[in-house]
Write a protein that binds this ligand. Structure first.
Ligand code: HEC
Ligand code: HEC
Ligand code: HEC
Ligand code: HEC
Ligand code: HEC
Length: 334
């Protein structure tokens, strides 16, 4: 399919024509000129290009992961809106929130992650130490499992809808544990009637994957689409806070704070003193004798209330607000 090639290979010159055509097909704009519609979108939605401003979605960041960007079924004005099926050609809308990451049965047993439903492709990451800063003192390994979980979407190697066990019986494919089988994923029928034949993700290559539309460089086809560029972490982690890095033990000259509680699997800063690693508590993860910083040290993918139950979540799924650099200062003595 022409469009599939365009999205996967990122042939950017082709964007406006194909996307306008696609929009017309998806929206059934009938007599309206697709270009007119695009120009109107551009006028209405340009302010939404800033990643911290959301369109009229359910992303209120409060109450549940269902109200965050980690609800992969979401789109503008969910359940309505002229473009509510815009995303459906590119990812399966499973009509459930947890299923993009978890399944009650048939989970991925290759990784130590809770009931993990996602494809984990064998990947070698370029780690932070490859940058060669003189200040780094601790060994850095490949990302640990709690980072692999995030990278299974955020490195852009795997489609956001690539799961092992789709909702309903008989929609289970164990080979999905290690590889993405588009024929299997194609069997899913979206409720909107517009089925995904292209399964894409947060590919960092300009013009590819979700960024084909969700990036500033996408031109007219991206008008109104939030810029996701910074969410596309890629497999090169040299420009990200180190993960898979050993957390230093206390001692002379060590400018790190010591976690106040220890479990076999995690050491954590136990804010409420209940000896449980609560979502709002920064932690480092056991990894063969050492404890390492991972994505989950700083982030909880379900969202963490900023001021007790029911309050708005900390921005960007952070465990601790970073106002006044509070998150950084949990670990660093600076
Ligand atoms: C975007 C991916 C994603 C989605 C969506 C998601 N989770 Fe999770 N969940 C994770 C990851 C990653 C972990 C492991 C976190 C860790 O080890 O620190 C986890 C851990 C958990 C755990 C065990 C540890 C904990 O944090 O309590 C439970 C229970 C859980 N998820 C339930 C749910 C439910 C219920 C939903 C849907 C309402 C959901 N999750 C949606 C990614 C997700
Ligand atoms: C199922 C795929 C998937 C998994 C797994 C996943 N993410 Fe995401 N995440 C996304 C997508 C897609 C977006 C942005 C696009 C959107 O709004 O749909 C996003 C957005 C984000 C954002 C920006 C949120 C905001 O409000 O601006 C953060 C931060 C984030 N993810 C962190 C994580 C971390 C940390 C993990 C692992 C603990 C993780 N994600 C696991 C797919 C995923
Ligand atoms: C063909 C272009 C196109 C592709 C490809 C595309 N989107 Fe979108 N998306 C848009 C446009 C345009 C909007 C804003 C207008 C609307 O929602 O009707 C949007 C809106 C969204 C929204 C809700 C609005 C917001 O603030 O974020 C989410 C979430 C989203 N897209 C996620 C994704 C994800 C995840 C992918 C990749 C699996 C993707 N999109 C691929 C064009 C696209
Ligand atoms: C040491 C703490 C820390 C670690 C480890 C960490 N992050 Fe973050 N992350 C942050 C902070 C702080 C922000 C908010 C930055 C901002 O507001 O611009 C953030 C923002 C993000 C965003 C939103 C984009 C942005 O820059 O605003 C994504 C996506 C994300 N992180 C994913 C990840 C993934 C995936 C990993 C693991 C590979 C990870 N993070 C590891 C602290 C961390
Ligand atoms: C969970 C604990 C933890 C948190 C939270 C944390 N860091 Fe770190 N940070 C580390 C560890 C461990 C290292 C590696 C130290 C070393 O090798 O000497 C590190 C290293 C660094 C380095 C040095 C990198 C180099 O090349 O030497 C910088 C800069 C840094 N962190 C900044 C931040 C900022 C900014 C924040 C807040 C957004 C933050 N850190 C949050 C644990 C953390």
């Amino acid at each position: 399919m022409k469009q599939a090639r365009f999205l996967q290979k990122g042939r950017r010159r082709a964007h406006p024509t194909l996307a306008a055509h696609e929009m017309e097909k998806i929206q059934g704009t009938g007599g309206h000129s697709p270009l007119g519609a695009v120009a109107l979108l551009a006028l209405l939605w340009v302010p939404a290009l800033r990643a911290d401003i959301d369109l009229n979605t359910k992303f209120i960041n409060q109450g549940s992961v269902a109200n965050t960007r980690h609800n992969m079924t979401q789109r503008q004005a969910a359940g309505g809106g002229p473009n509510s099926v815009l995303m459906d050609p590119y990812r399966n809308d499973y009509g459930e929130v947890c299923v993009y990451c978890h399944t009650p049965h048939g989970a991925n047993a290759n990784v130590q992650l809770p009931l993990w439903n996602r494809t984990i492709k064998a990947t070698t990451y370029t780690t932070y130490d490859a940058l060669g800063t003189v200040s780094l003192t601790q060994p850095v390994g490949q990302p640990g499992t709690t980072s692999i979980a995030c990278l299974s979407c955020h490195d852009g190697q795997t489609a956001v809808d690539s799961i092992i066990n789709m909702p309903g019986s008989g929609r289970y494919n164990p080979t999905q544990a290690t590889g993405q089988d588009n024929a299997f994923l194609n069997a899913w029928q979206n409720q909107s009637g517009v089925n995904a034949t292209v399964h894409i993700g947060l590919n960092s290559t300009p013009g590819a994957g979700c960024l084909a539309c969700h990036s500033a460089g996408a031109g007219v086809v991206g008008a109104g689409a939030t810029d996701f560029t910074v969410f596309a972490i890629s497999t090169d982690l040299r420009n990200d806070h180190p993960v898979g890095v050993r957390y230093p033990a206390a001692g002379p000259g060590v400018d790190f704070k010591t976690p106040s509680a220890t479990r076999p699997s995690v050491k954590f800063f136990d804010l409420d003193g209940d000896a449980r690693p609560d979502p709002a508590e920064v932690r480092v993860y056991a990894s063969g004798g050492d404890y390492t910083v991972e994505c989950g040290s700083c982030h909880d993918p379900h969202g963490v209330p900023s001021a007790g139950p029911g309050s708005a979540f900390n921005k960007t799924f952070l465990r601790v607000t970073n106002a006044g650099s509070a998150l950084c200062l949990t670990c660093h003595s600076k």
